[in-house]
Design a protein around this ligand. Structure first.
Ligand code: KIV
Length: 262
């Protein structure tokens, strides 16, 4: 299994890091078989698996449930679990208690938190408690209402400067990697150059040290995809084809034929 040092080494050696966000036993099993570098149990589970409008309703117990399933599916893969909205922002004590529950109950390797300078002391406390932390800057979905929607970040000079500063602050606070979401290519490149820890991009073009996509997005399970998602498989079509064949064979009595009977 990889360690946080392998991710830092990958950056030094200019080897790209491949991360997938997923939430189930079965999809984690496929990810491990495919040899992805790490799996994120993202709080996007709330939107993708539960149909919420945002990630905000996701609870700590739900993240633990999904993290346990992913750990069972991918016993040899480095796993990072998202800390849900307001499970770490409120105090250092809450953050350590909640991250501790995720680490102890789901046996994952690290947690991810969203935000910059404002949560630096919380990240420091987590890291000093022995909990590896991945940062997340740019479009931070837990702040969707504060940001005024799912928009590309770092487009003004002021927000650009803040993101660059935040990345350095996160590095100094002890994160082992930083997700950069929905930022322009040149800004992602500047941040990637400016910090020694790897950056993992989503909607941040190809200058980052790695890439992450949500499994269900890249597998084409939804009708529409955001611009940054490449659909590697048309999953919805495959499933629909399979289901309509099953339905037809059940209706006509073709399934189950003798080969499927005891
Ligand atoms: O929740 C998630 O899946 C994420 C990734 C998209 C980075 O945070």
């Amino acid at each position: 299994m990889k360690t946080i040092h392998d991710f830092i080494k990958a950056k030094e050696n200019k080897e790209k890091i491949c991360m997938i966000s997923t939430y189930e036993y079965w999809s984690a099993k496929i990810c491990e078989e495919a040899g992805v570098d790490c799996i994120l149990v993202g709080d996007s589970v709330g939107m993708v698996d539960a149909g919420y409008e945002t990630t905000l309703p996701v609870t700590l117990d739900e993240i633990i449930y999904h993290s346990k399933a992913v750990r069972r599916g991918a016993p040899n893969t480095f796993i990072i679990s998202d800390m849900p909205f307001l499970s770490y922002q409120t105090s250092k004590e809450e953050a350590v208690k909640n991250a501790g529950r995720i680490m102890k109950e789901a046996c994952v390797n690290a947690v991810k938190v969203e935000g910059g300078e404002e949560i630096a002391s919380i990240i420091e406390k987590l890291v000093n408690s022995g909990i590896p932390v991945m940062g997340h800057l740019g479009l931070t979905p837990q702040s969707v209402h504060a940001l005024g929607g799912y928009k590309v970040q770092g487009k003004t000079e002021e927000s650009r400067k803040k993101l660059i500063k935040d990345a350095k602050i996160l590095e100094q606070a002890g994160v082992f990697a930083i997700v950069l979401e929905a930022v322009p290519k040149d800004l992602a490149a500047e941040i990637t150059d400016f910090v020694d820890v790897p950056t993992i991009g989503i909607g941040a073009c190809n200058e980052t040290d790695g890439q992450v996509l949500v499994f269900h997005d890249m597998m084409g399970f939804f009708d529409k995809s955001p611009k940054f998602v490449k659909r590697y498989v048309e999953g919805k079509k495959l499933f629909l084809d399979g289901l309509s064949k099953f339905k037809e064979e059940v209706k006509t009595g073709k399934f189950p034929s003798d080969e499927y009977c005891y």
